[in-house]
Write a protein that binds this ligand. Sequence first.
Ligand code: PEP
Ligand code: MG
Length: 840
Amino acid sequence: MQNNPHTTLITPDAPLAASTHGGRAKCLQRLVRLDMPVPRTVALSFDAVHRIAADELPDIVAIVGQFEPDTLLCVRPSSEDPDWGGPGAVLNVGMNDARYAEFCDTLGQDAAAALYLRFVQSYSFHVARLDPDMFDGVAGDGAQGLRETLHAYEAETEERFPQDPAAQLAAVLRSMARAWEGTSARLLRQAKGAPADAGLGLVVQEMIPGLGQGECGSGVLQLVDQETGKPQITGRYLSQSQGRDALGAGTEALFLDKDKRGPSLAEAAPEAFADLKDHAALMRHKLREEMQVEFVIGNGRVHILDGVRVSRSSRAAVRIAVQLARDGIITPQEAVMRVDPHAVTELLHRQVAPDAVRDVLATGIGASPGAATGRIVFTSAEAQSSAARGEASILVRRETSPEDIRGMHAAAGVLTERGGITSHAAVIGRGLGLPCIVGASALRFVTGKRQLIAPDGRVLRAGDTITIDGGNGEVLAGEPATIEAALDDAFQTLMGWADEARDIGIRANADSPADAQTARNFDAQGIGLCRTEHMFFDPGRMTVMREMIFAQTSAGRAAVLERLLPMQRDDFVQLFRIMQGQPVCIRLFDPPLHEFLPNTKSGQRELAEALNLPVSDVVRRIEAMEEYNPMLGLRGVRLGVTVPEIYDMQARAIFEATLRASEDGEPVVPEIMIPLVSARREVELVKRRVDAVAAAVRAEKGKTFDFRLGVMVETPRACLRAAEFAPDTSFLSFGTNDLTQMTYGLSRDDAGRFMSDYVQQHVFPEDPFHVLDTDGVGELVQLGAARGRASNPGITLSICGEHGGNPESIAFCRTAGFDYVSCSPFRVPVARLAAAQLAI
Ligand code: PEP
Ligand code: MG
């Protein structure tokens, strides 16, 4: 055979590439270059295989001629990316009656029959496409089984089993090529990310039987544990076996080492075992990756069939990458590039164990990652009493409101029927690091009867145990095994390397001292958004906030604000101290009214008591304040403009806290952010009053301080008119949650109901509340950034919507020249890694 670019004998310098012949062919060539004992192999290119599918066969006799006469062959798939799969390997091509007779003499009858039987069976299923049931009546494996199988084949096809090795090979190649082009195989690989026209290469390899005299068998070996990533020789080996027999369920596979069921490979063939370990170490070193070695032992000698990247859990991925870099095999930057930022999320939280059985009741939107198991409770009060008894609970609500905050603090996880990725439950869940699923409308919430009904009719009652997986949105029955978070030494090392490479700042959205502490623990470079109204979600404080909203006279309001001032000041002092000189951006109040008005009888009673009013009065006033569209109502700066004393109080609290925190450390320079701006005049009005409060505090205390005032750009109009107010401000922070809501005209709280339909039908490529819509919302962001910067070149630009923690959205912000992104504290590590990968 002339080596042509499409049918190539694998030699150290044959012209081969993964993009033309597939990953397996390329890897085998690397192993050949490393002088490993790889059986002789011919690689067929994507193009050759494509033609085979169309019945244009290459010169088969020439391929067979590449091997010693009478050699058995196997054919294996070689797709560009091994994860895209491919048709199963066909072993022992070339077996026929004549070779069977020879093998009976050389290997013994049992081994000869096993070789032939295996080929006849796979030929029947994969090539002749016979019904697998047709061999049901066949007795066993040996010579008798073989005879019956051949007989069954011939009865079914009315032909003798093909005896010509070249004809067998041609038929096998054709069937594998066609299997790849079939619709189901195409859909399957596309689901794994393969392009529609992904090619398949095939390798034709000399078969080392794994059966016969002396120590023979097959197996796999790797040097690390794929769950933990720790060094550990693991694998499977089965004497007198072929292909992946050693991995099959129910086989008596012997572990490589210290197996209790019989002699291990290390004992049976110590030299082969030592060779294998050396080969694996060499592969790790030269291929710069942890590899699983696929091998066959023939009469005590090792043959290497393939090297495959060890599949691994997220935590193992981190440890493996870091260890390869520590061993000098890859650079720290390469280690950073090798870990998927999305996978880091898994490390920060408890997870359902990868091998646990998942009894899925229904799937909603995974809004805050991590696994939580607990008994179902339907109210916050029950969650609190469960916590008091030391019992974990899952708080199940149609949707959550601020009244549920206490329950959320007490519960192990939250499950809601309604809501999307930026709904109340989702935002709070992420802030608390509490696993949360929202929009689980596939479950029927019969809260009146305290029941949940799964789509398959199973009824779950209060007290029943469920598990939620906030990563993928699955609600699971019972208590599957879980594994703990893994913020180990390897993780910290990787993050350190990421920070060295990164060129965009990462801050955290943090509303409480606990959040701020988490942010610091994850090495955030400051707080990019402190939602001050969230500071009143805390148990015991909500009523004061409500009193403020309800106050009708200015004397009444002044009295509440006087109580609020010290609370706010103390909070800010704590935040400044925890952040130790890192910037802290405090957003003035932005309470959408529906999130703050009591909607339960007990909440209304509590407020009535605090206000010293009959409940009926409170209910009437709640009704009077109710808005049709609270998200577009009296929120943000609109509250600041219409009731300016509220922002005055906040500004004072910030400045007094600034002075206090500066007493025992570096001078603090707070950032004050005005939410929901849509007009220049709003900024002017607030700025004037904030400046006046600053002057008053400086005069009263006889001390000076600096601060920075900025605007939160979260309405389309603010993007369009950014040039007008940028000169009055130090920074613009894009609130892409509201900006997405308003650009699409899509309610943050209701979109969850139909979002999956929209994504499934490709109306939206992704949930735009999750991944920034760079075309539409992104265009507004770019406009706002460019216009703001044009009128104030020194202005700081950032994003603080939930998108701030999303790798794709971070890429957009970096390209747009932003100074930093800000995201939930638990997403900070994801953002640090994603940002580093963009810079490398
Ligand atoms: C936003 O709208 O993007 C934002 C960060 O603010 P909030 O989620 O509090 O409305
Ligand atoms: Mg907002």
